[in-house]
Design a protein around this ligand. Sequence first.
Ligand SMILES: Nc1ncnc2c1ncn2[C@@H]1O[C@H](COP(=O)(O)OP(=O)(O)OP(=O)(O)O)[C@@H](O)[C@H]1O
Length: 202
Amino acid sequence: MLDAINLTCVRDDRVLFSELSFNVRPGEMVQIAGKNGAGKTSLLRILAGLAQAEEGEVKWQGEGLSRARYQYHQNLLWLGHQPGIKTVLTAFENLSFYHAHGAESLRWQALTEVGLLGFEDVPVNQLSAGQQRRVALARLWLSTHKLWILDEPFTAIDVAGVEKLTRQLRHHTENGGMVVLTTHQPLAVDNVRQIHLQEKRT
Ligand SMILES: Nc1ncnc2c1ncn2[C@@H]1O[C@H](COP(=O)(O)OP(=O)(O)OP(=O)(O)O)[C@@H](O)[C@H]1O
């Protein structure tokens, strides 16, 4: 289980959120909602252990991230706002880099799932924005991590891609996984829990 406990985040003397507490249990999907600049990415980065909160703590399986860091990173798949892929490598090379010890057949399967079969040998910097995003998203079909933290995973993805990705998110939670994500578009998922960030002034 992931626990966010009394988190306060301040950026440029502005309190983005304060005393924010929630948890994410196996099988749950949580959407962080709020207008542009509300602090959604800032919150996800704190949850992923990439940034510090001014106050409060994040716990994984009951332990603070500083103590549980190794275990946490074994269980966490973070997909940031940027695709986070190596643009001089091809789609297939990216997946090989990411999934070095897994079976090659699984990489082909993941490329097929995200509709990149036929583009596997193209350097990523020659792919479209949506295709580049799909290379990053292919990791979701290779992941064995329990917790997925995804910042705007649907950005630049077409309608069919959104449906496929939504199915994969559902599949993950139905199998006991956890998803925390931001998105500005409606999610076609039952039981998604929303946490709204609202601006507070100092
Ligand atoms: N490292 C930083 N230093 C200073 N200010 C920052 C930093 N990171 C974010 N901010 C500010 O914090 C606010 C919230 O940013 P954040 O990216 O978390 O918002 P968001 O809710 O994800 O927005 P969007 O929906 O536009 O992606 C913004 O005003 C941003 O300028």
